[in-house]
Design a protein around this ligand. Structure first.
Ligand SMILES: [Zn+2]
Length: 419
């Protein structure tokens, strides 16, 4: 029985692999920059492929670059139990986000094999393409496409910041198959579990080594552009101005207030991007472009905040006689995790005797889209100081090893099988 499995997790080897993967970076260490289908990211893919092959997984890659490593089950007609995460990294971030769930899953497979475990269902490890929205402005590109939430037509519409179409970029990276074959049918997977760093401070504050995710917050992005008239900062007098930047400043303060005054404890809203044109000290801003990120577990509350931000942006623009464009770029639904998959993780943790808590994820992950295909959950391990998306992101090797151990036991439980 999986409960009796005695697994050895090689924390040192896994840490060495995490450190090696961090060297595939376009930023000087300790920062990591690894952006989809750049030469560096393609080399990193090769490194991961090598490790998957060493773990005796059979590889398949789809037309957007999702990589699947399959461990055949005793009954290969059964839907697979899946796990995985991403290895792309936003500019100047750290080496653990996503990576722990990919390299950790490989270590989990190695540990299960070493213990002589044979799964009944197949176990599939997925390295998702572009969880981060850095290059093509859409987060979870790979898992979104798998779930059918990013159709071939929409994929063909994507361009990066330099105007390169997604289709040309992926072909250049060697992915030439039809985009029609990316979407997976419902029932393709039995279940999905993602191991990930928490990226927040709660586990550390609670002095707990493990979190089991019960829901993932619903993110939405609102793009706002204010357009007024530019001009010389000395010669255009105040009554004659249509300055786009004070309008943006008003909106940014409103966004903060909208989230602060929400009655939902999980409501958050952020302006993390603001471009000012032409962007000179002696020039009135003719145009300002901002993006607002809005999240909540509660969909009604999240949607209410989105509506309010849209309305406030329009009101500000009209009062200040500016042209404007307000677009809700995306508004994904929150996901509730699968009871039985959560149960498998909890049973594994309890059998191992580790303390843990259940929690919601306020960051969004590939799991959000996998939830369209099958029941899911996530295993969180602590992030030092709650830091993530920065070079000093850190999770202790023993915490990662514990997460991998729980993941391995969970995969064994879900896949069924024999020692
Ligand atoms: Zn991540």
């Amino acid at each position: 029985m999986p409960n009796n499995l005695s697994l050895t997790i090689d924390a040192a080897r896994l840490q060495a692999e995490i450190d090696t993967l961090a060297t595939y970076s376009d930023a000087p260490a300790p920062a990591v920059t690894r952006i989809l289908f750049t030469p560096t990211e393609l080399e990193a893919r090769d490194y991961v492929r090598g490790l998957m092959r060493e773990a005796a997984l059979s590889l398949r890659e789809d037309a957007v670059g999702n990589i699947f490593g399959r461990w055949e089950g005793a009954d290969d007609t059964l839907p697979a139990v899946a796990t995985g995460s991403h290895i792309d990294a936003i500019p100047f971030s750290g080496k653990y986000d996503g990576v722990v769930g990919v390299l950790g899953a490989i270590e989990a497979v190695r540990a299960l094999r070493q213990a002589g475990f044979t799964p009944q269902r197949p176990i599939e490890l997925i390295m998702f393409t572009a969880e981060e929205p850095t290059r093509f402005k859409v987060g979870c590109l790979g898992s979104r496409a798998l779930a059918g939430k990013l159709s071939p037509v929409k994929l063909l519409d994507l361009t990066d910041g330099d105007g390169n179409p997604f289709d040309a970029v992926r072909r250049q990276a060697g992915y030439i198959d039809s985009l029609d074959d990316v979407e997976l049918p419902g029932g393709h997977y039995d279940s999905f579990v993602e191991l990930h760093i928490e990226q927040g401070p709660r586990l550390e504050a609670a002095k707990l080594p493990l979190g089991v995710v019960t829901a993932i917050a619903a993110p939405a992005t609102v793009r706002v552009q204010f357009e007024g008239s530019g001009g010389h900062a000395g010669t255009v007098l105040m009554p004659d101005r249509r300055d786009a930047l004070p309008a943006a400043a008003e909106l940014i303060l409103s966004v903060e207030k909208i989230a602060q005054s929400s009655t939902s404890p999980d409501a958050v809203a952020t302006v993390g991007l603001c471009h000012i044109y032409p962007g000179a000290v002696n020039s009135i801003a003719s145009r300002v472009y901002i993006e607002v990120d809005i999240r909540d577990i509660d969909l009604t509350s999240r949607n209410r905040m989105v509506d309010t931000v849209v309305q406030v942006a329009k009101t500000i623009a009209e009062r200040r006689k500016l042209e404007y464009e307000v677009v809700v770029l995306n508004a994904d639904d929150p996901c509730t995790c699968g009871r039985e998959v959560i149960g498998a993780v909890v049973e594994s943790i309890e059998a191992l005797g580790y303390p843990y808590q259940t929690m919601v994820s306020r960051a969004y992950h590939d799991t959000l889209f996998m939830a369209d295909l099958c029941p899911t959950t996530m295993i969180f391990v602590p992030s030092q100081n709650g830091y993530s998306h920065r070079p000093d992101e850190y999770t202790a090797p023993e915490d990662i090893a514990r997460g991998v151990e729980v993941l391995a036991h969970t995969l064994a439980r879900l896949a069924g099988g024999t020692e």
